[in-house]
Design a protein around this ligand. Structure first.
Ligand SMILES: Cc1cc2nc3c(=O)[nH]c(=O)nc-3n(C[C@H](O)[C@H](O)[C@H](O)COP(=O)(O)OP(=O)(O)OC[C@H]3O[C@@H](n4cnc5c(N)ncnc54)[C@H](O)[C@@H]3O)c2cc1C
Length: 454
């Protein structure tokens, strides 16, 4: 069997695919096609006058599904640059005109604050919901319907809507329980099995345990973008001609009979045909729909076209003074959609990662669905925090158009059907069709290659 792999998209999924292809098939030839002029995709770090501004993901969350990502960080030596988050006691939700504290650390003080802000009734409702969450078998993939059953409508509306709207930009009633809550796409993750295959050096484990103890997320010294950049540099150095990256090259269509990907290069007039044994597509949903339709795979193209994609605008706002009220001790805050604000949520980067900003400065990331003038955002921020906000030193705005696939009820089943059909043609769709979270993306990118190998 020959192992010629063509990968579309040089974001973290594509780069992880390349890493694990070489793990399983040392002789593989890889060509990575990227439409932009850089690797990294959504991961973009901007260092402005000592402010590490994350335009895309601002940190990587710790959790259960770390091993494949840790293995990469070990191999590319990036773990020496770990910067842990300082865990804050609260996250906040904006409800009825004020921020209310939801504990991120469980101790007497945070629980008392929660009771003070919400009354005892909400605590009792949360306690009552626990056994239901453990025991109840959901007969629906609709997250909102499920939460109504375990939490009750009022609690769902107040808390769950705030949290999920902030993460997915959608009401819980439009989200898949499997993908957004129970993580059914991670069912195959087996730490013990993966451990046998993906080793970690003692040095890595020691440094990770020392640096990340107590943190719930982390970055790197020069920001999250160090991950795709270092991974790309590692692959180039290790594999030379067997790992080729073509920037400014857009995948247009596939000839499934001849197993060729047709690519348009920004600087050249002629189309290029790339022959593959396996083709891996990490492009976003709306691009996939176009590629499928161009390739006469109309049914699959229509299914992708029917999937809603959400857009987002992010602002990194820098001040060379402290602007948050003293009592604000949060990771950030999320806005409940019922509150009808432009801001979707705020992350207080300089509280979680103070070493990445000048002393006594503030860096906040603010997310909104619509683009509006900066002053609308600053006025809302001032209202939410209950303080007068001074003129910022800098605002870096980035618009993410149709960047996020909506994980609607039934989405996973629909994707599985498409995957089956495409796998029979040696085409693999990317991890972004199931998740946004970086450790999960890396695991799925690994497991897709492993399945081919098996
Ligand atoms: C504002 C924001 C905040 C986020 N916060 C977090 C967070 O805190 N934690 C977390 O874990 N995740 C977060 N994420 C999600 C995370 O960044 C993404 O899920 C992840 O980076 C996606 O990687 P990917 O490789 O799958 O896709 P992408 O990074 O989108 O890469 C896809 C690549 O494909 C290229 N491409 C597209 N179409 C074509 C084509 N036709 N031909 C050639 N190339 C093509 C694109 O140019 C791009 O480089 C956030 C994302 C954003 C935007």
């Amino acid at each position: 069997m020959s192992h010629k792999f063509v990968i579309v998209g040089a974001g973290l999924s594509g780069l992880s695919n390349a890493f694990f292809i070489k793990h399983f098939y040392p002789k593989a030839q890889i060509t990575l096609i990227e439409q932009s002029n850089r690797v990294g995709g959504m991961i973009v770090t901007n260092n402005r006058n000592g402010f590490i501004c994350e335009e895309g993901p601002r940190s990587i969350r710790m959790g259960k599904y770390n091993r494949p990502l840790y293995h990469i960080l070990n191999k590319i030596n990036l773990y020496r640059e770990f910067v842990p988050s300082i865990q804050q006691p609260y996250s906040y939700i904006y409800w009825n005109g004020k921020l209310i504290a939801v504990p991120l650390q469980m101790n007497l003080q945070t629980l008392l604050q929660f009771v003070k802000d919400n009354g005892c009734g909400d605590v009792l409702n949360v306690i009552k919901a626990f056994p239901k969450m453990m025991l109840m078998k959901a007969d629906t993939d609709n997250l909102g319907e499920y939460l109504d059953q375990v939490l009750g409508k009022k609690m769902t509306e107040k808390y769950a809507e705030s949290v999920f709207y902030g993460i997915y930009g959608e009401s819980v009633y439009n989200l898949s329980k499997g993908l957004c809550y129970s993580k059914s796409h991670m069912k195959g993750y087996d730490e013990q099995e993966i451990k046998k295959e993906l080793s970690l050096d003692q040095d890595f484990e020691q440094i990770r345990d020392e640096k990340l103890k107590g943190a719930n997320s982390y970055r790197f010294k020069n920001g999250v973008e160090s991950l795709p950049k270092s991974l790309h540099a590692y692959l180039k150095e290790q594999y030379g001609e067997e790992y080729k990256v073509q920037l400014n090259s857009k995948a247009k269509r596939i000839d499934v009979n001849t197993k060729e990907l047709i690519v348009e290069n920004r600087d050249e007039q002629e189309e290029q045909k790339l022959n593959y044994d396996y083709l891996i597509l990490n492009a976003p949903t709306h691009q996939l729909s176009q590629i499928m339709i161009n390739s006469n795979l109309n049914k699959i193209g229509d299914t992708f076209r029917g999937i809603k994609c959400n857009s987002l605008v992010t602002r990194n706002i820098c001040w060379d003074q402290k602007i948050l009220p003293q009592e604000f001790k949060g990771f950030g805050y999320l806005i409940n959609p019922k509150q009808e604000q432009v801001i979707l949520g705020m992350v207080a980067d300089s509280l979680s990662f103070p070493s990445q900003y000048p002393q006594n400065s503030t860096n906040l990331s603010i997310m909104s669905i619509y683009d509006v003038n900066d002053h609308v955002i600053l006025n809302e921020l001032s209202k939410h925090l209950g303080v007068k906000i001074p003129e910022p030193k800098e605002i870096i705005t980035k618009s993410w158009s149709k960047a996020f696939t909506r994980f609607s009820p039934g989405h996973q089943e629909e994707m599985k059907k498409i995957e089956q059909e495409l796998n029979a043609k040696n085409i693999i769709i990317g991890a972004n069709n199931y998740t946004l979270a970086i450790p999960e993306l890396v695991y799925l990118s690994y497991s897709k290659i492993k399945q081919l190998y098996l």
